[in-house]
Ligand binder design. Structure first.
Ligand code: KIV
Ligand code: ZN
Length: 509
């Protein structure tokens, strides 16, 4: 029986039930088909998450579907298991055979669907609804009744139909916005009308054709619905169903209504469905997207470091949903993010070094590369290991190389050595060889004595063709050897940088 006096209440003690249809409407997503094992895993995860009802499938569809629904029933989960059936005895019998807890029967009620699909009159639909609801109840099962395409059904008739199902013993009445054409104000009105006309609880089932499924579900709850039908990641027919995570977190944090969902498992549940469907969660997806709690710009990161709710909702935190906050590095990064990340791993660069690290991170970000923490740490290690700008004997000014399969690699390089600008152009077996020869020539000429390259190693730090390259060189002069590193996206630049770093160090010692 529905609660009295709950109409539209926010922040009350109402507990909104979560009916998950990932395994039924969700699997009707074009191109998605879960294996038996995946379905079992999903059902277990939904149960761990705390959904009240799992719609496990439509047993009449096939032998395999029936087996899976039965398998899920045999799991003896805390969640109730529901099977879907048309208003036909064979469909209901198939659900009964599986041992479900609840049978969800549906019948098209709108004129367009009745005339062009089932060819049933309004009276026939009512009669069949009455008979089949009674049939479910006679078998001792809880019954949910859905008037399919409710939002396009004549209101007077829709209410008559729901009352008929209620008289026949339906335990809950579902209002499907089958083609997703409603909007929150209309939904509020519609569910309000139904709510005032019946005594049993109301469930809401919204499709997302206009991106309003979550908003419509919330409007329905505001109008008195006590159950929301949702799917993980919003999968389902066409544009999908109302997204579980977004609906639950809105109910929880904005409407202050309770659900039985253990919100800390939301992120892992969304990730599981992402993996099983192969449909990637967009980075900007609310609550569970990669960027949901990520910050890059200087102003935002500074604010969030001081107090997270300066640039986050606050009423919802990453901890609440099992996600994490990320300070992302890129072209908008500010000093505070760099310092915070480095402090966390015990690095305390000087002010000048932070400026240098920031400059390089921004440069890397501006080139379109995602700057990872590993990139930052490597850049920081190199920068903090370098001789300070004022003390450098050699500074690189310009480097250009030419290479190709029918060309001899050539490099022209400009550097400042002890305040004097010098240039050199050299050929080599490859661009790195040519560039090193050019810098060697400049340094040899200005500093004197042979500077020999003794050791040379290249390591890619991150994957991909735009990975940062780390070059480690060992350089010897007059029997003294030093090692230094260079790190850049470009291997030639990283090599020259490493060589110059080594020379600067040699000249210091
Ligand atoms: O969208 C719909 O109308 C349905 C029904 C089976 C409830 O999925
Ligand atoms: Zn649906």
């Amino acid at each position: 029986m529905k609660e009295e006096g709950v109409h539209g209440d926010s922040g009350s003690n109402r507990v909104i039930e979560v009916f998950d249809t990932t395994l039924r409407d969700g699997e009707q997503t074009p191109g998605i088909s879960f294996t038996k094992e995946q379905k079992r895993t999903i059902a277990r995860q939904l149960d761990k998450l705390g959904v009240d009802i799992i719609e496990a499938g439509t047993p009449i569809t096939s032998k395999e579907e029936k087996e899976v629904v039965k398998l899920i029933c045999d799991e003896r989960l805390s969640a109730k298991i529901c099977g879907l059936a048309r208003v036909l005895t064979q469909d209901i019998d198939a659900c009964v055979d599986c041992g479900v807890d609840m049978i969800h029967i549906f019948v098209p009620s709108s004129e367009i669907q009745r005339e062009h699909t089932t060819k049933m009159s309004e009276a026939q639909v009512k009669e069949q609804a009455y008979k089949m609801t009674s049939y479910v109840k006679e078998h001792g099962f809880a019954c949910m009744f859905s008037a399919m395409d409710a939002t396009r059904t004549r209101l007077d008739y829709l209410i008559e139909l729901y009352k008929t199902a209620e008289e026949a013993g339906a335990d809950i009445l579902n209002v499907p916005d089958t083609v997703g054409i409603s909007e929150p104000f209309a939904m509020y009105e519609l569910v309000g009308e139904i709510y005032r006309a019946v005594r049993v609880p109301i469930s809401i089932h919204c499709h997302n054709d206009f991106g309003l499924a979550v908003a419509n579900s919330l409007a329905a709850v505001k109008a008195g619905a006590s159950q929301v039908q949702v799917s993980v990641n919003g999968i389902g027919e066409r544009a999908g169903n109302a997204d579980l995570v977004e609906t639950v977190m809105s109910l929880n944090s904005i409407y202050r209504l309770k659900t039985n969902i253990k919100t800390e498992y939301l992120f892992e549940t969304a990730k599981l469905i992402e993996r099983f469907t192969g449909i990637q969660i967009p980075i900007t997806k609310p609550v569970v997207g990669e960027n949901a709690f990520s910050h890059e710009s200087g102003i935002h990161t500074h604010g969030v470091i001081v107090r997270s709710d300066t640039f986050e909702p606050g009423i919802m935190t990453p901890e609440m949903v099992g996600h994490r906050r990320r300070i992302v590095l890129g072209k908008h990064t500010g000093k505070h993010s760099i310092e915070k990340k480095l402090r966390e791993i015990g690095m305390f660069p000087s002010k000048e070094q932070v400026d240098e690290i920031l400059e390089r991170v921004k440069e890397l970000g501006a080139s379109g590369k995602k700057v990872t923490d590993d990139d930052l740490f490597t850049i920081a290690e190199v920068v903090t290991g370098e001789i300070s700008r004022h003390e450098r004997v050699v500074t690189l000014k310009e480097l250009s190389v030419m290479t190709g399969n029918n060309l001899i690699a050539t490099a022209s390089l400009k550097a400042v050595v002890r305040g004097k600008e010098c240039t050199s152009a050299q050929m080599g077996v490859g661009p790195v060889d040519a560039a090193i020869k050019a810098i060697q020539e400049i340094i040899g000429g200005e500093i004197g004595g042979d500077i020999e390259l003794k050791d040379f190693r290249i390591e890619a730090i991150t994957g991909g063709s735009d990975a940062l390259a780390e070059v480690i060189v060992g350089v010897e002069k007059g029997g003294r050897m030093v090692t230094a590193r260079g790190v850049r996206e470009d291997i030639v630049m990283a090599s020259v940088e490493a060589f110059i770093n080594a020379v600067n160090r040699l000249m210091q010692e």
